[in-house]
Design a protein around this ligand. Sequence first.
Ligand code: GAL
Length: 838
Amino acid sequence: MGCTLILMLNVLLVLLGSWVFSGTASVSYDHRAIIVNGQRRILISGSVHYPRSTPEMWPGIIQKAKEGGVDVIQTYVFWNGHEPQQGKYYFEGRYDLVKFIKLVHQAGLYVHLRVGPYACAEWNFGGFPVWLKYVPGISFRTDNGPFKAAMQKFTAKIVNMMKAERLYETQGGPIILSQIENEYGPMEWELGAPGKSYAQWAAKMAVGLDTGVPWVMCKQDDAPDPIINACNGFYCDYFSPNKAYKPKIWTEAWTAWFTGFGNPVPYRPAEDLAFSVAKFIQKGGSFINYYMYHGGTNFGRTAGGPFIATSYDYDAPLDEYGLLRQPKWGHLKDLHRAIKLCEPALVSGDPAVTALGHQQEAHVFRSKAGSCAAFLANYDQHSFATVSFANRHYNLPPWSISILPDCKNTVFNTARIGAQSAQMKMTPVSRGLPWQSFNEETSSYEDSSFTVVGLLEQINTTRDVSDYLWYSTDVKIDSREKFLRGGKWPWLTIMSAGHALHVFVNGQLAGTAYGSLEKPKLTFSKAVNLRAGVNKISLLSIAVGLPNIGPHFETWNAGVLGPVSLTGLDEGKRDLTWQKWSYKVGLKGEALSLHSLSGSSSVEWVEGSLVAQRQPLTWYKSTFNAPAGNDPLALDLNTMGKGQVWINGQSLGRYWPGYKASGNCGACNYAGWFNEKKCLSNCGEASQRWYHVPRSWLYPTGNLLVLFEEWGGEPHGISLVKREVASVCADINEWQPQLVNWQMQASGKVDKPLRPKAHLSCASGQKITSIKFASFGTPQGVCGSFREGSCHAFHSYDAFERYCIGQNSCSVPVTPEIFGGDPCPHVMKKLSVEVICS
Ligand code: GAL
């Protein structure tokens, strides 16, 4: 009896829930779908962070996302970009949020606006303005009056701005979802009661702003109604929202991972990403967002961390430059089309799940109107499986899911890539630039701004107006010291909270030390050459981005906090920590604005043979003309060490090719659980060699390029390169399912299964100029390094020579006749082909 009552109550609640949320607003939800204007949807979303590209790039990125089958663009709102000084707002250029949202709307896509205002996102200070830390009595992201007041003020400002521009769906705009906070659950767990009440407050505050569209809280199991709690991760199929009437939302499906200076570059195979998404959908998922769909660039000093690289490429479907990353983009596009074919069945109810084997399952969705969609999964990481489903046999590769939009025909398998792959190249367009140099001061003695006893914390001192802080002190050495007469030099030991440190003794670089993404702290320890009398010790401490994550990350320190000591003197050890230290925030060149056109002409630069080589603390400048064409541009800084780079006064970001990636870059199989350490590249090389130069930042001629080099580099090795497609490949099984073929069959145009086609397409403006490889048979290897197998059709090249050369794109059916007949009957064959684009 009691049970029935509870059941009835539950049913009532569910009904009430769907009535409350679907009856009054045009965006609502239930257990199975997001409902937009009465339409029940399974939505595909992609993260594009507007300040990580330029407004000129936005339309192209949004268009390519749309073509890739994305329905929604998700972005954080970047508070520190919008309110760089308290009360002074900025919504222009890369921070023109309204323009960005309107462009998404124009393209016919929706927006998921993550107001935060905490973002995380490997963004400086997690998106918080640095001034926020200095609001009296503040404590971030907890039950704290000053913090809550500031957060509410900014959140309301954004919501009101969106309302004023009529950007919410209920007003005819594109915003269908919002987000408050970000992954607060784990923090709440750590903070206890104040965390709990803050989370409740944040939820209530957000809902009170009355946006008319639902709010989401990610990683927040106790998100109060009507807020939807959502999942972030590499896989989220296991996740269930906290109420039966809420849809299953995956706010961050990580397309790979971010790069840290000194770390290898992570990538995630498209097969595994597609598998994780198909798995989420087959388990009843309604909304999936790729984090990132376009990662872009941490221009200026926007990278967080510390140690987050300037590139935020993320191995996303659109690369840092906004170009298609193939086959990832194309494979996901195919996946999205397959999912969309299943939409009517998917939104209708829960799947019926049946076991097809030990590690194989079928998930079957049916609608009342009679549509049926099936997902056949093989979780086995090592073996193919042949399963029988509804009286047919299906062959499933390891760790894969096949999608059958009619419960009969496979149109897509997550491990079989039908889309083309592309190899990209960075072609130098100008080398041997004429350089001039200017020496930065190697101590701050003469113009230090203040002196105090003891060591100061760096961020409190700089307020993050610069990465650089000078610490200088005097060390008196008695002329009777033994080391002066042939003994061992004294040893200088410096403990720093991070992130990098250059040590100068009497104006000479004595050494450098730096931390890492995993361990920002550093210790400098080295014998130093001191002389009798007064020695000047100058420490240039460098911050490499403020932390963006962790409990009370606002309290994390940086800079030389000590102790600082000298050992090996006659007196033994001398502690320098508590003597007088002089300070200077920033570099002389920064004060002079050497990066800008006007500033750079305010000093005498040297040129020709006098240009400094491999010399620390050096400014370099050059000018160049914009190369013709539209290909994205980058600077190859592989011969440089560490510093910052500007073009026409705009900062491209921090560069650090001198920091080589250490890690294990072994082979990586798509099958099996992915994590951010599984698939890595660039080991032993620079973590980041190329630095994006947005086309729109250039004039036709006379562009000013300025670098500040900290370590010592070779400017003559710098080149401007363009990024373009070098070659494209197809790698297709002779009976690989293709969605178009199924559509032909479903529409009755053909009555038997069709052979797949290999589609090859160079970038617009390019042509296929030669066939690098083609083999129908049993070829081996991957795009870029295909080789023939034991079976090879001798006319494999002919079809491509005929149909592809001179074309921008071509399609060739994968059928034996095309290649001069079957080279090995009764053997499963495939086609591998690589063509050169130029
Ligand atoms: C998530 C966070 C994102 C981003 C991501 C890693 O936990 O919500 O903002 O930091 O990790 O790239």
